[in-house]
Design a protein around this ligand. Structure first.
Ligand code: SF4
Length: 659
C-alpha cells in the first residue's frame, strides 16, 4: 500500500434527518463574499485530491461560491482541466488530470440524480474529453463525503483508490492488472470484504491504452466516450472504489421527498418514460429505421433490411430476463440478459446499431456477446463499432486487403467482431491499428479513407444520423468533445404543437415547433438553448431520461430540487448560467489546445445522400448555422473563440492567451 493521508469529514452515519453533515474549518482558496461563511447543506463541500506520483491523498474544500458556479460533473471537470492541465500536455502522460465528479445534488432520492462524469484531456481527440454514466458511484461518493475526485500524476505500479466515509487510500492493484472489469469489481469487493462497495474500473483495453477505452461501473454502465479508460491506464489506476454510509443533511427534506414521490406516482403515465421502462433504449431502433435514420453500413444508408431482428421488441422477446435501474430510479431502462448461464447487462440501442445495422448484421445474439466482451475488456462500443465499419468499407473498396488485416476478411454482414474486439483490447495484429480509432486508422490507410471516417475531432459518431435531424449534426460538430449524441435534445421531439416534449421546453422560452431539417437561426437558437440545459444536467449529474423534455420531471422541479437540497435561493437562470460556464470552459480548453472552426465540422459522409434515408446536409447552410451559433454564444464568428464579454457575462476570468 502506498502512502495515504486519511481524512475524516464529520459525516453523520445516522441517515437523513437524524444527524447532520457539517464540515468545519477554513478553506484557504474560499472567496466567500460576505457575512458568516456558510456551512454546506445538501452536499459535502469536499473534493478529494489524489497525487499518484507522490502517493498522496488530500482534501480541499472549495467553498459555496465554487459549488454555485460549477455545480459538479461537467462544470467541475472543465474547471479543473482548464486550471491544471498544461497546454499541449500528453493526454497519456502524468501531467493529464483525471476528474470523477458527482454534484451538489447527487444521491438525492429523486430518480435520475445518480450520474457521474469522468473527464480528462482525451487521447482520442487531443481536446476536452468527457463521459458520463449512471449507476451508483456518484451517490456513494456523496455518502462517503465527497463530490469529486481529482487525480493527478501517475503511479509507477498498478493501484486502485478506495474512498470510504471521509477517508481515502491508494492500494496495490498488481494482482488486478490484466483482469476484465467484471472480475476486477468482484476482486475488489472480496478484498475489502464489503459487497456494497461501488467500483469504476478499466479492463485490458484501458491498460493497453486503446484510445477509446472506457471506464466501466457495475459491469454495465460505461463512461464510454473519449478514451478516458486509457487515461486511467496511463496513470496505472485500475479502479476507484467507493463506500459511504453517511447522508448529507437537506435544507428541506420533505420538499426533496415530495419530488421523489411525485415522480414515482406519475412516471407510468408519461409516454416517453414508460417507453424507456418497457423496451429500454432499444425501443428507438424501429422508429429510427422507419424514418430513414438508422445508421447502416458505415452510415451509407439510413434504413436496414434486417432491422426487425434488432428491434426492441425482438430483443425483449428473445433475450431480456430482467430490468435494471440506477440509484433510486424506478424507470429501470436497462436490460439484463442471460449469456452462458450468467446474467449480465444487455446492450443499449447505441451498441445494437453500432454492431448491427452499421456493420450490416442482423445477428442480435452475437451483438449481445460482443457487448458483454466490450464491457469486460473496457471498450467504448460506439467507437469500436464505427472504427470497424470504417475498416470494413475500406476493405470492400480495396483500400486495404487481407494482408493488412492479418488475414481477416471484412465484409458488411460478416465482420468477425468478437475476434477483432479481442485483438483491439490487446493491441495485437490488426487490432493495434484499430485501437487508434477511426481518424488515425483512416490517416494510415490514406487515399479517400479520411472521407469515409465518421468522426468529429477524432470521436466516432454515435448512432444517430444527423441528415434527418440536423440539430444532432450541430451537436456532433460543435460539442467540445466531438460527435456525441448526448449534447442536446434531438429536434425530432419538437416537430409540432401539442406534442409532449414541445410543451416541456416553454420555460426556456422555446415555444414554436421546429423542422428537423431546417438550419436557420430559429433552429440554431433552439439547439443552443437546449445544449445549455443539457450541460446544466451534466453538471448536476441528472439523467436526461428522467427530466424534461425527454422525460417526466419538469424543469421547475429540477430547480426546486437544488433549492430543497442546498437551501440556496436559486433559479433556472442561475443553473443555466452554470451550464453555460461548463460549456465555455470546455470550449476554452480546446481553444488553448489549438482546436478551432475547422474542427467544428461534419464528416464528409453526411454531405452525401443516405440510401433509404435523407439527403446530404448542405455545407454552406451548415457553415452559416455554425456562424450563427458562435454569434449567439458571444464567440468570434471567424475564429470560434469566446469573446471577453461572453466570459464576463458568465463571471469567468479571461485567460491571457485568449487575446
Ligand atoms: S432512466 Fe435509466 S439511465 Fe436514467 S437513471 Fe433511470 S435507470 Fe438510470
Amino acid at each position: 500500500m502506498q502512502q495515504s493521508t486519511p481524512e475524516t469529514c464529520g459525516l453523520s452515519r445516522e441517515g437523513p434527518g437524524q444527524g447532520g453533515h457539517r464540515v468545519h474549518g477554513e478553506s484557504p482558496g474560499d472567496e466567500w463574499y460576505g457575512g458568516a461563511k456558510p456551512v454546506p447543506v445538501g452536499y459535502a463541500g469536499r473534493v478529494l485530491r489524489v497525487d499518484l506520483t507522490e502517493g498522496r491523498v488530500t482534501v480541499e474544500e472549495p467553498g459555496e461560491k465554487f459549488y454555485r458556479m460549477f455545480l459538479g460533473g461537467k462544470g467541475f471537470a472543465g474547471h479543473y482541466l482548464l486550471e491544471e492541465v498544461p497546454a499541449g500536455a500528453d493526454a497519456l502522460g502524468p501531467e493529464n488530470v483525471l476528474v470523477f465528479a458527482g454534484s451538489v445534488v447527487s444521491g438525492l432520492p429523486i430518480p435520475g440524480y445518480s450520474r457521474f462524469t469522468v473527464a480528462a484531456k482525451s487521447p482520442l481527440t487531443g481536446g476536452y474529453g468527457e463521459a458520463e454514466a449512471g449507476g451508483y458511484l456518484a451517490p456513494e461518493l456523496k455518502f462517503a463525503g465527497f463530490e469529486a475526485v481529482v487525480v493527478t500524476g501517475a503511479s509507477d505500479r498498478p493501484v486502485y483508490l478506495f474512498v470510504h466515509d471521509g477517508r481515502a487510500e491508494i492500494r496495490d492493484a498488481s494482482r488486478l492488472w490484466g483482469l476484465g472489469t467484471f472480475a476486477t469489481e468482484r476482486a475488489i469487493r472480496e478484498e475489502l470484504g464489503d459487497a456494497r462497495v461501488r467500483v469504476a474500473c478499466i479492463g485490458p483495453a484501458g491498460e493497453n491504452l486503446v484510445r477509446y477505452a472506457c471506464v466501466m461501473h457495475e459491469g454495465r454502465n460505461a463512461a464510454g466516450r473519449c478514451g478516458l479508460g486509457a487515461v486511467m491506464g496511463s496513470k496505472r489506476l485500475k479502479a476507484v472504489a467507493v463506500r459511504g454510509t453517511g447522508r448529507p443533511e437537506l435544507a428541506d427534506r420533505e420538499g426533496v421527498l415530495g419530488i421523489a414521490r411525485w415522480f414515482r406516482d406519475h412516471y407510468r403515465d408519461n409516454p416517453l418514460t414508460r417507453a424507456l421502462h418497457d423496451l429500454g433504449t432499444a425501443g428507438l431502433l424501429g422508429g429510427l429505421n422507419a424514418s430513414g435514420m438508422l445508421p447502416t453500413r458505415n452510415f451509407s444508408a439510413g434504413s436496414f433490411e434486417g432491422w426487425e431482428a434488432l428491434s426492441g421488441e425482438a430483443y425483449e422477446k428473445r433475450f431480456v430476463v430482467g430490468r435494471w435501474g440506477c440509484y433510486a430510479c424506478p424507470v429501470r431502462c436497462k436490460r439484463t440478459v442471460r449469456l452462458g448461464g450468467v446474467e449480465v447487462g444487455g446492450p443499449e440501442y447505441e451498441t445494437i446499431a453500432a454492431f448491427g445495422s452499421n456493420l450490416g448484421s442482423d445477428d442480435l445474439g452475437s451483438i449481445l456477446e460482443v457487448n458483454r466482451l466490450c464491457n469486460d475488456l473496457g471498450l467504448d462500443t460506439i467507437s469500436t463499432g464505427v472504427t470497424l465499419a470504417l475498416a470494413t468499407e475500406c476493405f470492400e473498396r480495396g483500400l486495404i486487403t487481407a494482408s493488412d488485416t492479418g488475414g481477416v476478411q471484412l465484409r458488411f454482414g460478416r465482420v468477425p467482431a468478437r475476434e477483432l474486439v479481442e485483438l483491439i483490447a490487446r493491441r495485437e495484429g490488426f487490432g493495434a491499428e484499430l485501437a487508434e480509432g477511426a481518424r488515425r486508422l483512416a490517416g494510415r490507410i490514406g487515399g479517400v479513407a479520411p472521407s469515409l471516417a465518421v468522426e468529429v475531432k477524432g470521436l466516432e459518431a454515435a448512432m444517430h444520423d444527423p441528415r434527418g435531424k440536423v440539430s444532432v449534426g450541430l451537436g456532433y460538430a460543435l460539442a467540445a468533445h466531438g460527435a456525441d449524441h448526448m449534447v442536446a435534445a434531438h429536434d425530432t421531439m419538437f416537430l409540432k404543437r401539442g406534442v409532449y416534449a414541445l410543451d416541456r421546453i416553454a420555460p426556456f422560452g422555446l415555444l414554436d415547433p421546429v423542422d428537423a431539417r431546417d438550419l436557420g437561426p430559429a433552429k440554431v437558437r433552439h439547439f443552443a438553448t437546449l445544449e445549455i440545459w443539457w450541460d446544466t444536467l451534466k453538471s448536476l449529474g441528472v439523467c436526461f431520461f428522467c427530466v424534461a423534455p425527454r422525460s417526466l420531471l419538469p424543469v421547475g422541479m429540477v430547480v426546486d430540487s437544488v433549492r430543497y437540497a442546498t437551501g440556496w435561493e436559486t433559479s433556472l437562470y442561475e443553473l443555466m448560467q452554470a451550464g453555460e460556464r461548463a460549456n465555455v470552459q470546455a470550449r476554452l480548453f480546446n481553444c488553448r489546445e489549438g482546436l478551432g472552426v475547422a474542427d467544428d465540422r461534419l464528416p464528409a459522409r453526411f454531405a452525401e445522400d443516405a440510401a433509404g434515408g435523407h439527403p446530404g446536409i448542405d455545407g454552406a447552410a451548415f457553415a452559416e448555422a455554425r456562424r450563427t451559433y458562435y454569434e449567439l454564444r458571444g464567440w468570434d464568428p471567424d475564429t470560434g473563440r469566446p469573446r471577453a464579454a461572453a466570459l464576463h457575462r458568465l463571471g469567468l476570468p479571461v485567460p491571457g492567451w485568449l487575446s
